[in-house]
Design a protein around this ligand. Structure first.
Ligand code: ATP
Length: 320
């Protein structure tokens, strides 16, 4: 393979720049030309393609976002959109592609593979919602970002004897809430994977108040409901003083953690090696700290397992 392309797709995640750099350098090391495709599948359809250079990837690894930009594309989901993408790849002589994104982006990869383009997926999403891999790129940074905010919110909650409810991202996955909750010593973690009725959660906060614990931190994953709604519920049913904070996009901005940079570098390397070995339609993942790959279709089938042990650890620590 002489020329490959790389694009980032879906939500941006801290660490994507490290993956791009690694794809570029590994490609060059294998004697390949590496082309950057800007704005994800949208840019692919529109032919926003250019050679990647050292200047474009150097001194970017420590930055959040993605130097290739990202986008979502409805057109790419249509037959016509895929055809346009194929003709752009053909016109630029791109023989293989690395796509860094979430599950939607992986489904896009499968369309390209079906049409004869060797494509490899790298998991870039802060949600950590892909079951085939222990970690996705960006998750660790998001957890660190949230953890830092928890301590700031705790300061002001403590000053006023209040309960702080912090809503975090994750879509249908509670991992950010769980990990940041543990790291930030949360008293209660509400995640979509665990059915904890709000009346029970409210009772616990009221009991905390009775036993003299006036300040608590509650983590709520967006998939488990809105912080404002939970706060309204608790106010209606208890006399607990409670405030909501929605962290929003600050979770996925900022400098990627060293862990995410290293993970992304390792995954980028493996993706290019797979193309070099003539493999197609693979998803790169990490299991027990070993980089591995699985067929895209199989990877997407793997159910994301919630770490009950971690959740129960927090439940225990919150009690004592
Ligand atoms: P994130 O987890 O950050 O949202 P994602 O990759 O899951 O990332 P999506 O918006 O679901 O984000 O997908 C990104 C893009 O992938 C879509 O805009 C679309 O162009 C393409 N895509 C998604 N699903 C499909 C599909 N079933 N077939 C073809 N292309 C798809």
């Amino acid at each position: 393979m002489k020329r490959i392309g790389v694009l980032t797709s879906g939500g941006d995640t801290p660490g994507m720049n490290s993956a791009i750099r690694s794809v570029f350098k590994t490609g060059v090391a294998h004697g390949m030309q590496v082309m950057g495709i800007y704005h994800g599948y949208k840019g692919l359809i529109e032919g926003r393609v250019d050679y990647l250079t050292h200047e474009q990837v150097e001194n970017k690894m420590h930055k959040g976002g993605t130097v290739l930009r990202t986008a979502r594309s409805e057109e790419f989901r249509t037959e016509g959109g895929v055809e346009k993408a194929l003709s752009v790849l053909h016109a630029y002589g791109i023989e293989g592609l690395v796509v860094i994104g979430g599950d939607g982006s992986f489904r896009g990869c499968m369309e390209l593979v079906k049409n004869g383009v060797p494509t490899i997926g790298i998991p870039g999403t802060i949600d950590n919602d892909l079951g085939y891999t222990d970690f996705t790129i960006g998750f660790d940074t998001a957890v660190n970002n949230v953890t830092n905010e928890i301590y700031k919110i705790r300061d002001t909650m403590r000053a006023h004897d209040r309960v702080g409810v912090i809503e975090v991202m994750g879509r249908n996955c509670g991992d950010i809430a769980l990990w940041a909750g543990i790291a930030g010593a949360a008293d209660l973690i509400l995640v979509p994977e665990i059915d904890l009725p709000w009346d029970e959660a409210a009772k616990r906060l009221a009991q905390n108040k009775l036993r003299g614990k006036l300040t608590s931190i509650v983590m709520i994953a967006e998939g488990a409901g809105r912080a404002e709604d939970f706060v309204a519920y608790v106010r209606e049913h208890t006399d607990v003083e409670i405030k909501a904070t929605v962290l929003g996009y600050i979770q996925r901005g900022g400098n990627p953690s060293a862990f995410d940079r290293v993970l992304a570098a390792r995954m980028g390397q493996r993706a290019v090696e797979l193309l070099d070995e003539g493999k197609a339609g693979r998803a790169v993942g990490i299991r027990k700290n070993k980089i591995y790959d699985a067929a895209l279709a199989d990877a997407l089938e793997v159910k994301d397992e919630f770490d009950m042990k971690l959740y129960e650890l927090n439940e225990m620590m919150a009690q004592f």
